[in-house]
Ligand binder design. Structure first.
Ligand code: GAL
Length: 415
């Protein structure tokens, strides 16, 4: 045996380190949680580094809300045979309909078994990440898409209350404009606009109708669905015209600054307002379900998996173990604005917003978000962006419904 190897083994044994810990000592974690939406991931990584000090973590982020940019980079890397060790993907078809069907992910069923996770995560969430009997990722959070945010003191000043229905929203919009509030509802770039349609469609079709859209039972050309676009058009008239240039954080900032009254955004906005901006939930900002969706929770979950060919497999397994653990989830989620995907989290660690979301998660009807990968195939979600752009400029509800049906057919929804 070479002297240097022998020395390394002696040192390894003396320090009580495993050969594995010495040999493979890095991990790349790929996500879009950069900058001011990074603190929750940073806290989880800190925990990982404390547990595995020999491992160098590369927190590789590609900025851009909802992963619009990150997903494109990921695609290039996956197709080029250079997968990140572990990457963020939404539970649902965004993961299963792309990388799992293409046989690019490892089945994690044995990890679920050894960690005792099969009864620690809700069955519905496990179903979202399962395919043909295998389980393909570990969910780190559950987010809600249908939340409306506002600043109570501003609403008081303007003499309006948080609208309970979309019709109330239109009424509030008229009142606010008359009082000189130019932007009753602030929105940001394309995907944040789609979230408004998602909320309207879920409200007007009901949870069953929403699910029927994604199973193909309800056609987009159905008059009920056309009406959702008409309502969306009316709501867009209450919104800012410079939306395409705004990130979701900039849209939130306008609401906080009193330049706008309402913002419909997933509850990562709660993380941004409490963790990054240090605001107090209930006082500095408040929330309610987006209009006409009380009792319905549009969910999405961020998850991480293990791509086949990952260079640092043992480190990824430890990473997945951590993010699926109670400690990992209760470190990450209170900062992120989400709730734990696990059912046994310690809610005393969470702020007022997440506590209310956790209670709704238990008692509401749960449906999946289209915009964030849970309900529809990735091909539909990515194609819907252009339909949204066309609709924002022409407000043609019938055309939007027809193009959506064409896209659904192309994406083989219901086939
Ligand atoms: C979602 C993601 C959230 C948050 C948000 C804004 O798609 O699930 O965790 O990152 O995008 O970027």
């Amino acid at each position: 045996m070479k002297k240097s190897i022998k020395n390394a083994l002696v040192i390894t044994a003396a320090l009580g380190l495993t050969a594995q810990a010495l040999a493979a000592n890095k991990i790349e974690i790929f996500s879009w949680w950069a900058g001011d939406e990074g603190p929750a991931l940073a806290a989880l990584i800190k925990l990982y580094e404390a547990k595995y000090p020999a491992v160098k973590v590369d927190n590789a982020t590609v900025t851009g809300g909802a992963g619009t940019n990150a997903k494109a980079v990921l695609k290039t890397r996956m197709l080029g045979g250079d997968p990140p060790d572990s990457f963020q993907a939404h539970a649902g078809q965004e993961l299963t309909g792309t990388w799992v069907v293409a046989n690019r992910m490892e089945d994690l069923s044995s990890l679920y078994k050894s960690e005792g996770w099969n009864n620690k995560f809700p069955k519905a969430v496990i179903d979202l990440i399962s395919y043909k009997g295998g389980i393909y990722s570990v969910p780190v959070d559950v987010h809600r898409s249908n939340v409306m945010w506002y600043v109570p003191a501003n609403l008081k000043k303007w003499g309006v209350s948080a609208p309970k229905t979309w019709h109330d929203m239109l009424t509030a919009c008229t009142t606010l404009k008359a009082k000189g509030v130019a932007t009753p509802l602030v929105m940001g770039e394309n995907w944040t606009q789609q979230m408004i349609w998602e909320s309207i469609a879920t409200a007007m079709l009901g949870p069953k109708g929403w699910n029927d859209l994604w199973s193909g039972k309800l056609k987009f050309t159905d008059p009920k669905v056309v009406s959702t676009f008409s309502m969306y058009g009316n709501v867009l008239d209450c919104a800012n015209k410079d939306a395409s240039g705004l990130s979701w954080q900039q849209a939130t900032d306008r609401m906080l600054a009193g330049q706008a009254a309402f913002n419909i955004m997933g509850d990562w906005a709660a993380g941004y307002m409490t963790t990054t901006k240090k605001l107090k939930p209930g006082t500095d900002f408040a929330w309610s379900p987006s209009p006409s969706t009380s009792g319905t929770f549009i969910m999405l979950a961020d998850s991480f998996g293990l791509p086949k060919g990952a260079k640092d497999r043992p480190e990824v397994i430890n990473w997945l173990k951590l993010l699926g653990s109670k400690q990992g989830q209760d470190t990450f989620n209170p900062l992120k604005g989400s709730i734990a995907a696990r059912t046994d989290s310690d809610l005393s660690k969470y702020g007022a917003y997440s506590q209310s979301a956790a209670s709704d998660w238990k008692k509401n009807t749960i449906v999946g978000s289209m915009v964030h990968g849970a309900a529809a195939p990735e091909s539909f979600t990515s194609g819907f962006g252009s339909i949204n752009d066309a609709f924002v400029s022409n407000h043609d509800a019938r055309a939007a419904a027809q193009s959506s049906q064409d896209l659904a057919d192309k994406s083989r929804i219901g086939m």
